[in-house]
Write a protein that binds this ligand. Structure first.
Ligand SMILES: *Cc1c(COP(=O)(O)O)cnc(C)c1O
Length: 420
């Protein structure tokens, strides 16, 4: 299989990413660590710089020109995010620092005040630590019980096991949409429909799906959904919580302070309406505006195009990795018929430790990740101490995958010749 070079999406967009035009250790940079964070196009960097050079002022409080410009841009970005995931109302988008903070917001605000001893929270064994630790806190504080959906033989979400865990004790289901380690895409619409039959709420961790595929929160019908800006071409320090309006309205505040109030007295206060009730203190204004620019950038390319191109790249990546006998890939093989995985491959090679592999590949200018990728329980579950992970985004090329495969084969041969 070959992707005709002049027609690939990457060839059209690569020039938009200044950071990709560099050499590392004398070799062209091949950045394959996109599941940890994505690179940022010039349009996003410009939005951040322009805000600080032209419009910098605090939002909501001022009537002067700069403040109203900053407020308009900050709130305008919220409209863009809302449209991007097809939220029904703009006030259903709450800015947070990242997905982790968004999950903690739901844990501290909703779960701590709602759950009781004996209630059950359903997670999966593949959750990122960001969607595990907050629920451990909730369980310790409220006496609620955590239960974990296991994997099928192909290392995907086990729908049957999930159904067997559900009961009228189930109050919350919090699951990852696309696993950052296994790459599998979970059947979130079915998961939500089943949970709602039991009256349980559902939170979707969409960190690895929002950057790569069109998301429609109304179609999924989830109660909350979280994502981080930095994995979708935006800066660090900005992410968002989507929540259904009535549910968010009924939730108590998480952090208290300025921006989130209506009237303040010395002994009590009333709170602002959505979404500001959950945005205490001066927010990451420039970063939020840059998130809006990232959404514009992705939308202009088209999420369907991004998704289709990444599916091709994933098929190619797997085809190449599958030809190396030492390589064991975790998670399901890609299946073009069913949209079953995102564009990453976590693997081990038997002889070469993932950390050594990552160090050797770095010498060839190739950036891949090694470790447990914030999914330590999952690694225990699949019997791997750590894995190496190559993760691609729409600006990666087939040639970069070729360079990665060549360097990977050399590393395996080298270590095989020493220890073999
Ligand atoms: C990256 C990631 C998170 C955490 O994102 P932060 O930006 O670190 O808050 C959570 N879940 C998944 C699946 C991720 O990939």
């Amino acid at each position: 299989m070959t992707l005709a070079k002049e027609r690939t999406l990457a060839s059209k967009v690569r020039a938009d990413f200044p950071i990709l035009q560099q050499e590392v250790h004398g070799k062209p940079l091949v950045y394959l660590d996109n599941a940890a964070t994505s690179q940022k196009p010039k349009a996003v960097l410009d939005a951040l710089l322009n805000y600080y050079q032209q419009d910098n002022a605090n939002v909501h409080r001022g009537v002067h020109t700069l403040s109203s410009r900053a407020t308009d841009a900050y709130e305008g970005a919220r409209d863009k995010v809302a449209a991007f995931i097809n939220a029904a109302h703009r006030e259903e988008i709450v800015y947070t620092r990242n997905a982790t903070e968004a999950i903690n917001l739901v844990a501290y605000s909703w779960a701590m005040s709602t759950l009781q001893r004996g209630d059950e929270i359903i997670l999966t064994v593949m959750e990122h630590h960001g969607n595990l630790l907050p629920w451990q806190f909730v369980a310790q504080k409220t006496g609620a019980l955590l239960k974990f959906v296991e994997l099928t033989e192909t290392q995907e979400f086990d729908l049957e096991h999930y159904q067997s865990l559900m009961s009228d004790k189930t109050k919350l289901v919090s699951v990852v949409h696309a696993s950052n380690t296994l790459g599998c895409i979970n059947p979130v619409e079915e998961i939500v429909a089943i949970a709602h039959r039991y009256g349980a709420k559902v939170l979707i961790d969409a960190c690895q799906s929002v950057p790569h595929t069109a998301i429609d929160v109304q179609a999924i019908d989830c109660d909350w959904l979280v994502a981080s800006g930095h994995k979708m071409c935006a800066p660090t320090g900005i992410g968002f919580l989507y929540g259904k309006r009535d549910l968010l309205r009924a939730m108590p505040p998480f952090l208290g302070g300025g921006e989130m109030i209506a009237d303040v007295f010395l002994d009590h206060s009333t709170y602002a309406d959505l979404p500001h009730r959950f945005e205490a203190g001066t927010p990451a204004i420039g970063e939020a505006i840059a998130l809006g620019a990232a959404v514009d950038y992705l939308t202009a390319i088209g999420m369907d195009k991004i998704h289709a191109y990444e599916q091709e790249l994933t098929a190619y990546l797997f085809q190449q990795l599958n030809q190396i006998p030492e390589v064991q890939i975790y998670g399901p093989q890609p299946n073009a018929q069913v949209n079953n995985r995102v564009a990453l491959a976590s693997f081990t090679t038997g002889t070469v430790h993932p950390h050594d592999l990552s160090t050797i590949l770095d010498q060839a200018g190739i950036a891949i990740r090694a470790g447990h990728h914030c999914t330590q329980p999952l690694h225990r579950h699949i019997g791997a101490q750590s894995t190496a992970r190559a993760s691609v985004y729409f600006y990666n090329t087939q040639e970069e995958i070729d360079a990665f495969i060549v360097a990977l084969k050399e590393a395996i041969e080298f270590f095989g010749s020493i220890f073999g």
